[in-house]
Design a protein around this ligand. Structure first.
Ligand code: ADP
Ligand code: MG
Length: 148
């Protein structure tokens, strides 16, 4: 029996709402490994997660491509938002403290998680596939043992 859930969204708003609905049920620790091409909707979904955790100022939520790690203080706890696009080797990932972030029982969302080099024991794997301009197939599946 698989616990994989798959959804089709037909707009940015629907992807946002899907993220919001899921995150409203989360308790820490929760590590989300996001996969999907550039422009798939990883950041849109993360904005939905943040809203679901109670964050009000969603303008804070953007791809941490240059900052590397963003931290949002939500009413449910701190959310660490990481983008590994430019952090693709293990040394760089340790140097930003990703091992410590993953070792704490908080909320962590990782874009470009294919590049993760630090082990994670339990996670939610979220894959976003572009179907056409406005449609995405989004699958969510719990997993264990990734990142090496
Ligand atoms: P990523 O972080 O994966 O690079 P973004 O979330 O920054 O991608 O951007 C996704 C882009 O795709 C946005 O411009 C958004 O408006 C657009 N888009 C179109 N349809 C959807 C959809 N169904 N879900 C999410 N984003 C969508
Ligand atoms: Mg992004």
């Amino acid at each position: 029996m698989t616990k994989k859930k798959t959804y089709i969204t037909k707009s940015e708003e629907e992807t946002f709402q899907l993220g919001e609905k899921f995150a409203a049920k989360w308790n820490p620790p929760m590590t989300v490994l996001l996969r999907g091409d550039l422009g798939a909707g990883k950041t849109v979904l993360t904005r939905g997660f943040s809203s679901g955790l109670g964050l009000e100022d969603l303008s804070l939520v953007h791809s941490p491509t240059f900052s590397l790690v963003n931290i949002y203080e939500t009413p449910s706890g701190s959310l660490y938002h990481i983008d590994l696009y430019r952090l693709d080797n293990s040394k760089e990932q340790y140097s930003v403290g990703l091992d410590e972030i993953l070792g704490e029982p908080g909320f962590v969302v990782i874009e470009w998680s294919e590049k993760l080099k630090i082990p994670v024991s339990e996670y939610l794997l979220v894959d976003i596939r572009v179907l056409d301009d406005d449609s995405r197939e989004i699958s969510l599946e719990p997993g264990s043992g990734a990142g090496y």
